[in-house]
Design a protein around this ligand. Structure first.
Ligand SMILES: [Zn+2]
Length: 474
């Protein structure tokens, strides 16, 4: 499909779809979505934490199959989207309430699933292996890592997990989906995972270093940015999630499939303790987009989200794919506002009006976009100034000021009507030469090649606006 003509929407499958819908009901739902101008949907479901619903996989896959059938009938492509490894494991009343709350928000409840509450913490056996053996391990304790969602999480370096999950994906692909978004490919335990035996072995193989043991050894190690072993481990975690995402592509390609891979992240510029590999695996993503905050907040926080859009737009340009923004409007005025914002940021728009039906409003704007399609295809930003973003400076420098300064300068220029673009520290001189000025916001870590490129840029007439002391670390 022409990626710039994609009009994304969400297709929720919750209790109604999973337990009550007939094929006719799916058809009707798909028709309504198609009528509003949507031609590709990402699924979202109360069964997002797919491993928790392990014993109901047959039902879920049947529902997905009917969804695909209905959507294809109405010219809509389907990207299945679920959490690749997270589980709910309530240990106390607070956790139970949390689990119930999440399910409720997604049109379901514990009671909807016969036997779920009774078995939620039982061992899952998949592909002949106990799923508890797939779990991420907390480096502080040597025990199972705990996620931010009151449950456990699985390790992408665990070959048994990969095999079991990829087998599940094969069943997902058999439903006829056009794309796959394997979500939550992140390490948890507040940045202290993973120290499982597979990670220990691979880390040694990759870097030659030993991962320290739990307790005092780990305490001394964690967060010491002057320790090359620690930096190597931080990089290794990102490499691990990247390898996994590349593995997903390699696997479906080995099956003769070429699936669509949209992906999003809400904040890419800040240090992220989960080892998320969004930038490094960017060549895999068919649409590169950001998730913005809810509509009640966006009316005041839009200049801040604009800064994230600089990153997605620039990353998408490098990979010749569209960038996109996901918003949560709740009325026509908030829809109009986010529609205009996305367009002015050079991005396509996706909305998921959770709980609201905005399809008639959506139709109006989607029709406009269709009519003026040339304006919305591969928009080229005209900006004399660019800000340089560096993953190394954002992720591997203690108490870094890089990200904060990007936010400051970009918002300042935005509110002063100065168009600005983003460049990356790996960009070649030819790319830098497209701008008359480049801002280097506290780039304390620069290697010799980067310094040479910047020097050449200046010698060829470019101007640098430098804050802080650049290149004092290598
Ligand atoms: Zn591990």
């Amino acid at each position: 499909m022409n990626k710039w003509e994609a009009k994304f929407g969400f297709f929720w499958y919750n209790d109604d779809e999973l337990f009550k819908f007939s094929q006719e009901d799916f058809d009707e739902k798909a028709k309504k979505i198609a009528d509003s101008g949507i031609n590709i949907v990402m699924t979202f479901s109360c069964t997002h934490f797919r491993w928790t619903f392990h014993r109901y996989w047959d039902r879920i896959l049947r529902c997905l199959e009917m969804t695909v059938k209905a959507c294809h009938k109405h010219g809509i492509k389907v990207v299945e989207h679920h959490s690749s490894h997270l589980t709910f494991n309530p240990q106390n009343q607070e956790h139970w309430d949390y689990t119930e709350r999440i399910l409720h928000a997604r049109g379901s409840s514990l009671a909807s699933w016969e036997g779920l509450a009774e078995t939620i913490n039982d061992e899952i056996v998949e592909n002949g292996k106990p799923a508890s053996s797939f779990r991420q391990v907390d480096g502080r304790t040597g025990e199972y890592a705990w996620s931010n969602y009151n449950g456990y999480c699985m390790c992408f370096n665990n070959p048994d997990y990969r095999e079991a999950y990829f087998k599940y994906l094969e069943r997902v692909y058999q439903t006829g989906v056009d794309g796959i978004m394997t979500d939550d490919v992140q390490y948890f335990a507040q940045g202290h995972a993973c120290a499982c035996k597979h990670c220990q072995r691979l880390f040694k193989e990759d870097t030659g270093y030993e991962l320290p043991g739990p307790g005092k050894e780990w305490e001394a190690f964690y967060g010491d940015y002057n320790n090359p072993v620690y930096i190597a481990w931080e990089r290794f975690r990102r490499k691990s999630t990247e390898r996994f995402q590349r593995g997903v592509n390699k696997h479906f390609k080995s099956l003769g499939l070429d699936l669509l891979r949209p992906n999003y992240v809400s904040a890419a510029l800040n240090h992220n303790p989960t080892g998320y590999c969004f930038d490094m695996a960017a060549d895999l993503w068919d649409w590169i987009f950001q998730e913005n905050c809810f509509s009640t907040i966006i009316r005041v926080s839009w200049p801040s989200w604009y800064v994230e859009s600089l990153h997605r737009y620039a990353l998408a340009q490098r990979n010749h794919v569209p960038s996109m923004s996901l918003f949560y409007p709740d009325r026509e005025d908030s829809y109009y506002f986010v529609w205009a914002l996305a367009g002015s940021w050079g991005q396509m728009l996706t909305v998921t009006p959770e709980g609201y039906d905005l399809s008639s409003i959506e139709k109006k704007y989607r029709t406009f976009e269709k009519k003026y399609n040339h304006v919305y295809t591969d928009q080229q930003k005209i900006a004399p100034v660019a800000i340089m973003f560096s993953l190394d400076n954002a992720y591997y420098v203690k108490a870094q000021k890089h990200t904060g300064e990007i936010y400051t300068w970009a918002q300042g220029m935005y509110l002063s009507n100065i168009p600005v673009d983003m460049v990356f520290d790996q960009d070649p001189v030819e790319k830098l030469n497209e701008y008359s000025m480049i801002i280097l916001p506290s780039l304390v870590m620069l290697d010799e090649n980067q310094i040479t490129r910047l020097r050449t840029y200046v010698e060829q007439g470019g101007r640098l606006f430098i804050t802080g002391l650049p290149g004092i670390k290598s």
